[in-house]
Design a protein around this ligand. Sequence first.
Ligand code: XMP
Length: 325
Amino acid sequence: TWTTETFVEEAIREIRGKVGDKRVLLALSGGVDSSTLAFLLHQAIGDQLTCMFIDQGFMRKYEPEKLVKLFDDRFHISVEYVNARDRFLEQLKGVTDPEEKRKRIGGEFIRVFEEESARLGPFDYLAQGTLYPDVIESADTNVDPKTGERVAVKIKSHHNVGGLPKDLRFKLVEPLRKLFKDEVRKVGRSIGLPEEIVRRHPFPGPGLAIRILGEVTAEKLNILRDADFIVRDEIHKSGVYHDFWQAFAVLLPVRSVGVMGDQRTYAYPVVLRFVSSEDGMTADWSRVPYDLLETISNRIVNEVRGVNRVVYDITSKPPGTIEWE
Ligand code: XMP
């Protein structure tokens, strides 16, 4: 029978056999897959592994810091933290179209990835958190997974980018390729990943950038990050985090009139988007207790400057998508 212990042992043996004394690059995203992957590789090959984390500036409040600290403190894995916030923001100047946003973010990701892997490398292998469902469906590699030599033509997982440049072809090491998501979670738990990562809600690669409708600016990122933090804080406090597939805030590019004290305000609305789902393909809007909505709404309006109204999205998928962009 399958156990996490035997899986970990075998994965480590297999990684050592495959990689030998070569160097491996891993791009961390902060999710359970890439975190588990990092742990296994580090156990197997130690310093031959380089973990890189590219901070696009679109993650949730405190998450980049927390990720680097977790790896440092708990796993003694040092992470090459790449602060690329300004460059990504620069790419999004004046961009309002959702697809164009994704394209620009994906393009910039490749450029940063290339530059940083050249700076830190050379590397022989790229570690990818490919899971079994990806293997059976995938068209993202050009060799049969079972025969061994897979070549990356696309950075998977959270990045959603079109493809790696041709001269940047890595051999792949994919120790999670026989696992389903729930098995990765079990392995993650068994190696000491905090529940916060193991059962984290899905978070899109382009992050907060596709939850700010219209142009993404530093100011709007700050507003949304703070509103989003309050949402998570309150659902954690009331113990309902795991009742949702995702629960987050969206910032709209319109303003409406409000009143604060005896002052008229003219500020942005925040949309709360809470859904339940099995796989993200379809979703139902969540019937959230009014009291929770009230607490979140009060806190956002009182604590986040620039927001004077909170609305709740009652659209299921289909016809709505989970994200607003
Ligand atoms: P939609 O909005 O299409 O989302 O109903 C379905 C699921 O996919 C996630 N999502 C993304 N994930 N890059 C990602 O890595 C993206 O560009 C992206 N867009 C949507 C979304 O959060 C939900 O879980």
